[in-house]
Design a protein around this ligand. Sequence first.
Ligand SMILES: CC(C)(COP(=O)(O)OP(=O)(O)OC[C@H]1O[C@@H](n2cnc3c(N)ncnc32)[C@H](O)[C@@H]1OP(=O)(O)O)[C@@H](O)C(=O)NCCC(=O)NCCS
Length: 314
Amino acid sequence: MSSDLVRVRPGLARDASKLRSIRLEALADTPDAYGETYAECAAWDDEVWTRKAEEWNFYLAEINGRVVGMARGESHNTRSDIRFLFAMYVAPSARGTDVARRLVDAVSAWARVQGVNSLYLYVSNAVPRARAFYAKVGFVATGSSLSMHRDESLVCDEMCRDLEEFSFRVRAVEASQLYDLRRRVLRDGDPTVDVVNPGDGLVTTRHFGGFLGERPVVSASFYEVEAPFAPGERAYQLRYMATDFDVQGRGLGAQLLERALEELPRGDVGRVWANARTSAQAFYEANGWRVVPNSLFVSQETGIDHVVIQIPLV
Ligand SMILES: CC(C)(COP(=O)(O)OP(=O)(O)OC[C@H]1O[C@@H](n2cnc3c(N)ncnc32)[C@H](O)[C@@H]1OP(=O)(O)O)[C@@H](O)C(=O)NCCC(=O)NCCS
């Protein structure tokens, strides 16, 4: 398995059919672990699965692009102030690896960004392996339990995991740690697009990652490139600014930029500039960047509208 590409990522609306097949596999494999039944969910048509894929905050684990596991992170329907891990499943072929832990860590990262300090779950007494796994990754029983609606003999214990280690941290990283984010968030997840930049390994280039635990959730890379509007002056170009889908809009991108702008080596470099998607213009302006007048253009690489923005490096 060591040379296999293992990836855990937030699921998107376009993953509806993958969600359907892994969820039905889980319900068929371990029916006593879940409140829903295979029969109930197998009756849902494509439209329902498309809606679920849009509404659910779910995560997929993939090995070489094949889905081998899933989990959901949601607010409980009657306890909206706490976050729950639901629908955890890893295919038999991927059990005993770190896939299950990575799924739980992905949900833990999301929960932490929602402002809570603990992640809760219910585990059925019919799945001792699941309970042992949860204990191994730091969940402890809270003492509460409830019976499954459809079968009173299935008792589910509540467990909870402390999320302290999932506080947001920014650090300098190698470019390769950011390639997955670049591809998924900025290039539609297209596996054929090259996300390696020729300048990635230059000594003047700096890459920063924002992490929740060990999960990279924000990326930004700075290349020493003159600004088109200020030829002859040394400057950094910011590229590949991306925040993962499930944690966008929570201030993480702004925190990463603030730290990166503090840490970039100055020398006689006086500014940072970027080609910013117009959809992100308000984000940059709120963080002190200014749009270069009359700089609107369409990117040849992505076909998306951009403006040129800049900020002094003081
Ligand atoms: C629960 C699940 C996600 C855990 O993933 P996993 O990859 O199997 O987990 P791990 O192998 O890392 O850990 C399981 C632990 O349970 C132990 N274990 C295995 N069978 C066991 C059993 N019958 N009783 C108690 N412990 C058991 C394993 O030895 C291992 O501990 P160790 O690493 O200290 O040896 C996965 O088993 C699964 O999808 N099961 C079916 C669905 C399910 O039960 N979901 C839970 C819904 S709440």
